[in-house]
Design a protein around this ligand. Structure first.
Ligand SMILES: C[S@@+](CC[C@H](N)C(=O)[O-])C[C@H]1O[C@@H](n2cnc3c(N)ncnc32)[C@H](O)[C@@H]1O
Length: 400
Protein backbone atom coordinates (compact mmCIF):
# COMPACT_ATOMS: atom_id res chain seq x y z
CA UNK A 1 0.00 0.00 0.00
CA UNK A 2 1.12 3.58 -0.58
CA UNK A 3 -0.64 6.78 0.48
CA UNK A 4 -3.67 4.71 1.51
CA UNK A 5 -4.06 3.20 -1.97
CA UNK A 6 -3.54 -0.43 -2.81
CA UNK A 7 -0.60 -1.04 -5.12
CA UNK A 8 -0.89 -3.37 -8.12
CA UNK A 9 1.24 -3.87 -11.24
CA UNK A 10 0.05 -3.83 -14.80
CA UNK A 11 2.65 -4.72 -17.44
CA UNK A 12 5.27 -3.81 -14.86
CA UNK A 13 3.79 -0.37 -14.21
CA UNK A 14 2.63 0.53 -10.67
CA UNK A 15 -1.13 1.04 -10.48
CA UNK A 16 -2.63 2.79 -7.47
CA UNK A 17 -6.03 1.40 -6.50
CA UNK A 18 -7.95 3.25 -3.76
CA UNK A 19 -9.99 1.03 -1.41
CA UNK A 20 -7.94 -2.07 -2.27
CA UNK A 21 -6.52 -4.19 0.54
CA UNK A 22 -3.34 -6.32 0.47
CA UNK A 23 -4.06 -9.74 -1.02
CA UNK A 24 -7.31 -8.67 -2.72
CA UNK A 25 -8.06 -9.97 -6.18
CA UNK A 26 -10.07 -7.21 -7.84
CA UNK A 27 -11.30 -6.23 -11.24
CA UNK A 28 -10.33 -2.60 -11.70
CA UNK A 29 -10.68 0.00 -14.42
CA UNK A 30 -7.73 2.27 -15.26
CA UNK A 31 -8.88 5.84 -14.73
CA UNK A 32 -5.63 7.73 -15.26
CA UNK A 33 -2.43 6.87 -17.10
CA UNK A 34 0.86 8.66 -16.56
CA UNK A 35 4.27 7.80 -18.04
CA UNK A 36 5.42 5.99 -14.88
CA UNK A 37 2.23 4.96 -13.08
CA UNK A 38 -1.53 4.62 -13.41
CA UNK A 39 -4.61 4.88 -11.21
CA UNK A 40 -7.57 2.53 -11.21
CA UNK A 41 -10.94 2.17 -9.53
CA UNK A 42 -12.27 -1.15 -8.26
CA UNK A 43 -15.21 -2.50 -10.26
CA UNK A 44 -15.52 -5.72 -8.31
CA UNK A 45 -13.70 -7.45 -5.47
CA UNK A 46 -13.30 -10.98 -6.80
CA UNK A 47 -11.53 -12.47 -3.77
CA UNK A 48 -11.07 -10.39 -0.62
CA UNK A 49 -7.60 -10.34 0.91
CA UNK A 50 -7.14 -11.53 4.51
CA UNK A 51 -7.14 -7.97 5.96
CA UNK A 52 -10.34 -6.80 4.25
CA UNK A 53 -13.54 -6.19 6.20
CA UNK A 54 -16.90 -4.50 5.69
CA UNK A 55 -16.38 -0.78 6.42
CA UNK A 56 -18.17 0.08 9.70
CA UNK A 57 -19.32 3.56 8.60
CA UNK A 58 -22.30 3.64 6.22
CA UNK A 59 -20.85 6.71 4.43
CA UNK A 60 -17.44 5.20 3.74
CA UNK A 61 -18.00 4.35 0.08
CA UNK A 62 -18.90 7.93 -0.80
CA UNK A 63 -17.16 10.09 1.81
CA UNK A 64 -13.59 11.26 1.18
CA UNK A 65 -12.67 11.60 4.87
CA UNK A 66 -11.40 8.05 5.53
CA UNK A 67 -9.36 5.77 3.28
CA UNK A 68 -8.72 2.63 5.32
CA UNK A 69 -12.00 1.57 6.93
CA UNK A 70 -12.10 -1.50 4.69
CA UNK A 71 -9.00 -2.83 6.50
CA UNK A 72 -9.07 -4.34 10.01
CA UNK A 73 -8.17 -1.79 12.71
CA UNK A 74 -5.23 -3.81 14.02
CA UNK A 75 -3.64 -4.01 10.56
CA UNK A 76 -3.84 -0.39 9.47
CA UNK A 77 -0.89 1.05 11.43
CA UNK A 78 1.55 -1.60 10.23
CA UNK A 79 0.62 -0.85 6.62
CA UNK A 80 0.96 2.89 7.14
CA UNK A 81 4.32 2.53 8.87
CA UNK A 82 5.62 0.29 6.08
CA UNK A 83 4.48 2.84 3.48
CA UNK A 84 6.07 5.74 5.43
CA UNK A 85 9.37 3.89 5.80
CA UNK A 86 9.32 3.07 2.09
CA UNK A 87 8.72 6.78 1.35
CA UNK A 88 11.68 7.75 3.56
CA UNK A 89 13.87 5.21 1.78
CA UNK A 90 12.86 6.06 -1.75
CA UNK A 91 11.90 9.71 -1.88
CA UNK A 92 14.23 11.43 0.50
CA UNK A 93 17.73 11.06 -0.69
CA UNK A 94 18.49 10.09 2.90
CA UNK A 95 21.73 8.10 2.94
CA UNK A 96 20.94 4.40 3.48
CA UNK A 97 23.57 4.36 6.28
CA UNK A 98 21.55 7.04 8.14
CA UNK A 99 18.37 4.98 7.97
CA UNK A 100 20.24 1.83 8.93
CA UNK A 101 21.64 3.55 12.05
CA UNK A 102 18.30 5.18 12.97
CA UNK A 103 16.28 3.61 15.83
CA UNK A 104 12.70 2.96 14.75
CA UNK A 105 10.55 3.05 17.92
CA UNK A 106 7.50 0.83 18.43
CA UNK A 107 4.60 2.60 16.64
CA UNK A 108 2.08 4.12 19.05
CA UNK A 109 -1.70 3.78 18.72
CA UNK A 110 -4.70 4.29 20.94
CA UNK A 111 -8.42 4.09 20.27
CA UNK A 112 -9.25 3.58 16.59
CA UNK A 113 -12.75 5.14 16.76
CA UNK A 114 -14.26 8.12 18.55
CA UNK A 115 -10.85 9.78 18.86
CA UNK A 116 -10.99 12.99 16.85
CA UNK A 117 -11.01 16.25 18.81
CA UNK A 118 -11.51 18.54 15.80
CA UNK A 119 -13.51 18.53 12.58
CA UNK A 120 -14.35 20.87 9.75
CA UNK A 121 -17.79 20.26 8.33
CA UNK A 122 -19.39 21.78 5.25
CA UNK A 123 -22.88 23.23 5.49
CA UNK A 124 -25.24 23.41 2.50
CA UNK A 125 -28.93 23.50 1.77
CA UNK A 126 -30.27 20.12 0.73
CA UNK A 127 -33.01 19.40 -1.69
CA UNK A 128 -32.80 15.61 -1.75
CA UNK A 129 -35.66 13.37 -0.73
CA UNK A 130 -33.94 12.28 2.49
CA UNK A 131 -34.26 15.71 4.06
CA UNK A 132 -37.14 16.59 6.39
CA UNK A 133 -38.56 20.16 6.27
CA UNK A 134 -36.78 20.93 9.57
CA UNK A 135 -33.58 19.75 8.04
CA UNK A 136 -33.42 21.82 4.90
CA UNK A 137 -29.74 22.26 5.70
CA UNK A 138 -27.29 19.40 5.68
CA UNK A 139 -23.78 19.00 7.04
CA UNK A 140 -21.12 16.79 5.60
CA UNK A 141 -17.74 16.18 4.14
CA UNK A 142 -16.32 16.25 0.62
CA UNK A 143 -17.23 13.29 -1.52
CA UNK A 144 -14.37 11.06 -2.60
CA UNK A 145 -12.66 12.41 -5.77
CA UNK A 146 -15.11 15.30 -5.95
CA UNK A 147 -15.94 18.75 -4.58
CA UNK A 148 -19.54 17.67 -3.97
CA UNK A 149 -20.69 17.00 -0.45
CA UNK A 150 -21.80 13.83 1.27
CA UNK A 151 -24.36 14.73 3.92
CA UNK A 152 -23.80 12.74 7.09
CA UNK A 153 -25.64 12.31 10.37
CA UNK A 154 -22.79 10.47 12.03
CA UNK A 155 -19.04 10.20 11.81
CA UNK A 156 -17.67 7.47 14.06
CA UNK A 157 -14.08 8.72 14.13
CA UNK A 158 -15.22 11.89 15.92
CA UNK A 159 -14.98 12.07 19.70
CA UNK A 160 -18.45 11.25 21.13
CA UNK A 161 -19.32 14.85 22.08
CA UNK A 162 -18.41 16.07 18.59
CA UNK A 163 -20.46 13.33 16.94
CA UNK A 164 -23.46 14.32 19.07
CA UNK A 165 -23.03 17.93 18.03
CA UNK A 166 -22.78 16.90 14.37
CA UNK A 167 -26.02 14.94 14.63
CA UNK A 168 -27.88 17.98 15.97
CA UNK A 169 -26.52 20.47 13.45
CA UNK A 170 -29.06 20.05 10.60
CA UNK A 171 -32.04 20.85 12.81
CA UNK A 172 -30.12 23.61 14.57
CA UNK A 173 -29.04 25.27 11.32
CA UNK A 174 -32.05 24.42 9.21
CA UNK A 175 -35.05 25.09 11.49
CA UNK A 176 -37.73 27.62 10.42
CA UNK A 177 -36.01 30.45 12.33
CA UNK A 178 -32.81 29.87 10.41
CA UNK A 179 -34.37 30.23 6.96
CA UNK A 180 -33.87 33.98 6.86
CA UNK A 181 -30.27 33.85 8.02
CA UNK A 182 -27.11 33.38 6.05
CA UNK A 183 -25.51 30.11 7.02
CA UNK A 184 -21.75 29.67 7.17
CA UNK A 185 -20.59 27.31 4.43
CA UNK A 186 -18.03 25.74 6.72
CA UNK A 187 -17.94 25.12 10.45
CA UNK A 188 -14.99 24.20 12.62
CA UNK A 189 -15.90 22.10 15.65
CA UNK A 190 -13.64 21.15 18.53
CA UNK A 191 -13.93 19.34 21.83
CA UNK A 192 -11.53 19.02 24.73
CA UNK A 193 -12.03 15.38 25.64
CA UNK A 194 -13.25 11.91 24.76
CA UNK A 195 -16.28 11.82 27.07
CA UNK A 196 -19.83 12.20 25.69
CA UNK A 197 -20.29 15.31 27.84
CA UNK A 198 -16.95 16.97 27.02
CA UNK A 199 -17.47 20.61 26.06
CA UNK A 200 -17.75 21.46 22.37
CA UNK A 201 -17.09 24.80 20.66
CA UNK A 202 -17.72 25.96 17.11
CA UNK A 203 -16.32 28.62 14.81
CA UNK A 204 -17.99 30.73 13.67
CA UNK A 205 -20.34 30.55 16.67
CA UNK A 206 -24.02 31.30 16.08
CA UNK A 207 -27.54 30.75 17.39
CA UNK A 208 -27.38 27.53 19.34
CA UNK A 209 -23.80 26.95 18.28
CA UNK A 210 -21.42 27.07 21.20
CA UNK A 211 -18.63 29.63 20.92
CA UNK A 212 -15.95 30.22 23.51
CA UNK A 213 -12.80 28.48 24.58
CA UNK A 214 -11.75 24.98 25.48
CA UNK A 215 -9.37 24.05 28.26
CA UNK A 216 -7.27 20.95 28.42
CA UNK A 217 -4.87 19.64 31.08
CA UNK A 218 -1.70 18.25 29.67
CA UNK A 219 1.06 16.82 31.87
CA UNK A 220 0.44 19.38 34.60
CA UNK A 221 -0.05 22.35 32.27
CA UNK A 222 -3.37 23.93 31.31
CA UNK A 223 -3.87 24.93 27.67
CA UNK A 224 -6.73 26.92 26.23
CA UNK A 225 -7.68 27.39 22.58
CA UNK A 226 -10.77 27.63 20.44
CA UNK A 227 -12.21 26.03 17.32
CA UNK A 228 -10.30 28.39 15.00
CA UNK A 229 -6.93 27.01 16.11
CA UNK A 230 -4.95 23.98 15.08
CA UNK A 231 -4.85 21.41 17.88
CA UNK A 232 -3.52 17.85 17.81
CA UNK A 233 -6.33 15.61 16.58
CA UNK A 234 -6.23 12.37 18.58
CA UNK A 235 -7.56 12.79 22.12
CA UNK A 236 -5.86 9.61 23.33
CA UNK A 237 -2.36 10.40 22.06
CA UNK A 238 -1.74 13.93 23.30
CA UNK A 239 0.57 13.05 26.18
CA UNK A 240 2.58 10.37 24.38
CA UNK A 241 3.10 12.64 21.37
CA UNK A 242 4.24 15.52 23.57
CA UNK A 243 6.61 13.32 25.59
CA UNK A 244 8.08 11.74 22.48
CA UNK A 245 8.70 15.08 20.74
CA UNK A 246 10.20 16.83 23.77
CA UNK A 247 12.24 13.74 24.68
CA UNK A 248 14.74 13.52 27.53
CA UNK A 249 16.98 16.36 26.28
CA UNK A 250 17.61 19.72 27.94
CA UNK A 251 19.82 22.79 27.72
CA UNK A 252 19.91 26.59 27.65
CA UNK A 253 18.14 27.89 24.55
CA UNK A 254 15.42 26.30 22.41
CA UNK A 255 13.41 27.56 19.44
CA UNK A 256 10.13 26.09 18.28
CA UNK A 257 8.89 26.82 14.76
CA UNK A 258 5.17 26.44 13.82
CA UNK A 259 4.14 26.44 17.48
CA UNK A 260 0.33 26.73 17.27
CA UNK A 261 -1.21 27.40 20.70
CA UNK A 262 1.93 26.16 22.46
CA UNK A 263 1.27 22.41 22.62
CA UNK A 264 4.98 21.47 22.50
CA UNK A 265 6.15 24.80 23.96
CA UNK A 266 4.85 23.96 27.44
CA UNK A 267 6.85 20.72 27.35
CA UNK A 268 10.06 22.39 26.12
CA UNK A 269 9.59 25.01 28.84
CA UNK A 270 10.42 22.48 31.56
CA UNK A 271 13.74 21.60 29.95
CA UNK A 272 15.27 24.81 28.59
CA UNK A 273 16.19 28.08 30.28
CA UNK A 274 14.72 30.06 27.37
CA UNK A 275 12.24 29.03 24.68
CA UNK A 276 11.17 31.13 21.69
CA UNK A 277 8.07 29.90 19.88
CA UNK A 278 7.17 31.18 16.39
CA UNK A 279 3.62 31.02 15.04
CA UNK A 280 2.07 32.91 12.12
CA UNK A 281 -1.64 32.81 12.99
CA UNK A 282 -2.58 35.70 15.26
CA UNK A 283 -5.33 33.82 17.15
CA UNK A 284 -3.07 30.83 17.85
CA UNK A 285 -0.13 33.08 18.81
CA UNK A 286 -2.39 34.95 21.27
CA UNK A 287 -3.48 31.69 22.89
CA UNK A 288 0.15 30.51 22.99
CA UNK A 289 1.15 33.68 24.87
CA UNK A 290 -1.75 33.29 27.30
CA UNK A 291 -0.93 29.63 27.80
CA UNK A 292 2.66 30.47 28.72
CA UNK A 293 1.54 33.26 31.06
CA UNK A 294 -1.12 31.26 32.89
CA UNK A 295 1.36 28.42 33.48
CA UNK A 296 3.94 30.88 34.84
CA UNK A 297 6.45 30.15 32.06
CA UNK A 298 8.10 33.59 31.99
CA UNK A 299 11.28 32.28 30.38
CA UNK A 300 9.33 31.52 27.18
CA UNK A 301 8.17 33.95 24.51
CA UNK A 302 6.01 33.80 21.42
CA UNK A 303 6.87 35.69 18.23
CA UNK A 304 3.90 36.05 15.93
CA UNK A 305 5.45 35.80 12.50
CA UNK A 306 5.75 33.62 9.45
CA UNK A 307 8.80 31.46 10.00
CA UNK A 308 10.23 32.49 6.60
CA UNK A 309 10.37 36.16 7.59
CA UNK A 310 11.26 35.47 11.23
CA UNK A 311 14.50 33.72 10.28
CA UNK A 312 15.49 36.83 8.26
CA UNK A 313 14.61 39.35 10.91
CA UNK A 314 16.54 38.26 13.95
CA UNK A 315 15.75 41.34 15.96
CA UNK A 316 14.41 41.64 19.48
CA UNK A 317 15.43 38.06 20.23
CA UNK A 318 17.99 35.43 19.55
CA UNK A 319 16.47 34.22 16.24
CA UNK A 320 17.75 31.16 14.49
CA UNK A 321 21.36 31.90 15.42
CA UNK A 322 24.21 29.48 15.90
CA UNK A 323 24.55 28.14 19.43
CA UNK A 324 21.00 26.91 20.03
CA UNK A 325 20.64 23.71 22.00
CA UNK A 326 17.43 22.72 20.36
CA UNK A 327 15.05 23.50 17.53
CA UNK A 328 11.66 21.77 17.25
CA UNK A 329 9.67 22.14 14.03
CA UNK A 330 6.09 21.01 13.37
CA UNK A 331 5.23 22.45 9.95
CA UNK A 332 1.99 22.00 7.97
CA UNK A 333 1.73 19.22 5.39
CA UNK A 334 3.89 21.12 2.86
CA UNK A 335 6.91 20.68 5.13
CA UNK A 336 9.78 23.13 5.51
CA UNK A 337 10.44 25.66 2.74
CA UNK A 338 13.94 25.39 1.27
CA UNK A 339 14.88 28.66 2.95
CA UNK A 340 14.01 27.27 6.39
CA UNK A 341 15.98 24.09 5.72
CA UNK A 342 19.00 26.19 4.76
CA UNK A 343 18.62 28.33 7.89
CA UNK A 344 18.52 25.20 10.06
CA UNK A 345 21.68 23.88 8.41
CA UNK A 346 23.46 27.23 8.97
CA UNK A 347 22.30 27.64 12.56
CA UNK A 348 23.24 24.02 13.31
CA UNK A 349 21.44 23.61 16.65
CA UNK A 350 22.76 20.79 18.84
CA UNK A 351 19.47 18.90 18.48
CA UNK A 352 16.66 19.10 15.97
CA UNK A 353 13.19 17.55 16.34
CA UNK A 354 10.94 17.28 13.31
CA UNK A 355 7.23 16.52 13.91
CA UNK A 356 5.58 15.74 10.59
CA UNK A 357 2.13 14.84 9.30
CA UNK A 358 3.36 14.01 5.79
CA UNK A 359 6.01 11.34 5.16
CA UNK A 360 6.73 12.62 1.62
CA UNK A 361 7.70 16.15 2.65
CA UNK A 362 9.46 14.77 5.74
CA UNK A 363 11.52 12.53 3.43
CA UNK A 364 12.43 15.48 1.22
CA UNK A 365 13.40 17.66 4.20
CA UNK A 366 15.39 14.94 5.97
CA UNK A 367 17.23 14.38 2.70
CA UNK A 368 18.63 17.91 3.10
CA UNK A 369 18.94 18.03 6.88
CA UNK A 370 20.84 14.74 7.21
CA UNK A 371 23.73 16.37 5.36
CA UNK A 372 24.69 17.86 8.75
CA UNK A 373 22.45 16.04 11.24
CA UNK A 374 22.34 12.37 12.20
CA UNK A 375 18.96 10.74 12.34
CA UNK A 376 18.78 9.21 15.82
CA UNK A 377 15.23 7.91 16.08
CA UNK A 378 11.86 7.88 14.33
CA UNK A 379 8.54 7.32 16.11
CA UNK A 380 5.21 6.81 14.36
CA UNK A 381 1.88 7.79 15.95
CA UNK A 382 -1.50 6.67 14.61
CA UNK A 383 -3.05 10.08 15.10
CA UNK A 384 -5.62 9.48 12.32
CA UNK A 385 -6.91 5.87 12.45
CA UNK A 386 -9.15 4.86 9.50
CA UNK A 387 -7.30 7.36 7.29
CA UNK A 388 -4.05 7.08 5.33
CA UNK A 389 -2.40 9.75 7.49
CA UNK A 390 0.32 9.14 10.05
CA UNK A 391 2.27 11.42 12.40
CA UNK A 392 6.05 11.06 12.67
CA UNK A 393 8.53 12.38 15.23
CA UNK A 394 12.13 12.38 14.01
CA UNK A 395 14.94 13.15 16.47
CA UNK A 396 18.19 14.41 14.95
CA UNK A 397 21.55 15.37 16.44
CA UNK A 398 24.12 17.71 14.93
CA UNK A 399 27.02 15.77 13.49
CA UNK A 400 30.33 16.72 15.08
C1 LIG B 1 0.90 21.31 12.18
S1 LIG B 1 0.45 22.75 13.05
C2 LIG B 1 1.38 22.53 14.53
C3 LIG B 1 0.99 23.38 15.69
C4 LIG B 1 1.57 22.98 17.03
N1 LIG B 1 2.94 22.57 16.94
C5 LIG B 1 0.73 21.89 17.69
O1 LIG B 1 1.21 20.78 17.85
O2 LIG B 1 -0.40 22.19 18.08
C6 LIG B 1 1.29 23.96 12.15
C7 LIG B 1 1.18 25.36 12.70
O3 LIG B 1 1.99 26.21 11.89
C8 LIG B 1 1.34 27.43 11.67
N2 LIG B 1 1.91 27.95 10.42
C9 LIG B 1 1.59 27.61 9.16
N3 LIG B 1 2.41 28.24 8.29
C10 LIG B 1 3.27 28.97 9.03
C11 LIG B 1 4.37 29.82 8.71
N4 LIG B 1 4.73 30.03 7.45
N5 LIG B 1 5.04 30.39 9.72
C12 LIG B 1 4.68 30.18 11.02
N6 LIG B 1 3.64 29.40 11.37
C13 LIG B 1 2.95 28.79 10.39
C14 LIG B 1 -0.13 27.09 11.63
O4 LIG B 1 -0.91 28.21 11.96
C15 LIG B 1 -0.21 25.97 12.69
O5 LIG B 1 -0.49 26.52 13.95
Amino acid sequence: MLGGDGLARWRGMPVFVPRAAPGDVVEARITERRPSYARAEIEEVKTPGPLRREAPCPFYERCGGCQLQHIEDAEQLGLKVAAAVETLRRLGGIAPAQLAACRFEEPVSERAWGYRLRAQVHVASRSDGDASPEESVGVGFRRRRSHDLVFVDRCPVLAPALENELRGLPSLLGGPAAASKTQPSRLSLATAGLEPDSPVVAAPPGDGLPGGELEIDLLGKRLSYDARCFFQAHGGLLESLLLSAVGPFDGEAAVELYAGVGFFTVGLADRYRSVTAVEAESVAARYARNNLRRNGLRHCRVDRSAVESWIDRRRGGPGLEPGLDRVLVDPPRAGLPRKVRSALLSAAPRRLTYVSCDPATLARDLGDLTRDFDLESISFFDVFPQTAHIETVAQLRRRR
